[in-house]
Write a protein that binds this ligand. Structure first.
Ligand code: OFO
Length: 163
């Protein structure tokens, strides 16, 4: 049986993962209409991954006799002039998610909920991978520069990533 405090914090994380999925979906659509199909495909896949994270949390909470309750989502606003700005926003978002996961881990220890602590370790590792991936993409974008050829290379590079 999970405590009400942890149930509520996991429900907040479920909302954040769903929001991540939606933000990346909106970003993918924005890239697609700019002709950046490789970047769009990468973000569509990333959006699906976030949906899987949400589902993982939902099923864990329900398995622990909690109740995963969905909440309303805000409309994602895409405000960026280029893909460097877009991936800078992705990095900031992932850093926020990492912080929230760390807060949840802290709470699980405070509450002596070892099952939740153990469950969250997957998310801790996943966030390390995601931040590293986005940092790598940003470094490549900076290397490629502003030229049309640079954008073309980045689009191909992201199309080749398995995410
Ligand atoms: Fe859910 O891993 Fe990124 O945010």
């Amino acid at each position: 049986m999970i405590s009400k405090k942890i149930e509520s914090a996991i429900n907040d994380q479920i909302l954040l993962e769903e929001l991540s999925s939606r933000v990346y979906l909106a970003m993918a659509s924005w890239c697609e209409v700019q002709g950046l199909q490789g970047v769009a495909n990468f973000l569509y896949k990333h959006s699906d991954e976030e949906r899987m994270h949400q589902l993982k949390l939902i099923r864990y909470l329900n398995d622990r006799e909690g109740y995963a309750e969905l909440q309303a989502l805000p409309k994602p606003e895409i405000k960026c002039k280029d893909i460097e700005e877009l991936f800078t926003q992705v990095l900031k978002h992932e850093q926020l998610v990492s912080k929230k996961i760390n807060d949840l881990v802290d709470m699980s220890l405070e509450e002596k909920d070892h099952a939740t602590f153990n469950f969250l370790q997957w998310f801790v590792s996943e966030q390390v991978e995601e931040e590293s991936l986005v940092n790598n993409i940003l470094a490549k974008i900076k290397l490629a520069g502003d030229s049309k050829m640079g954008k073309f290379h980045i689009d191909n590079f992201l199309a080749s990533l398995d995410d």
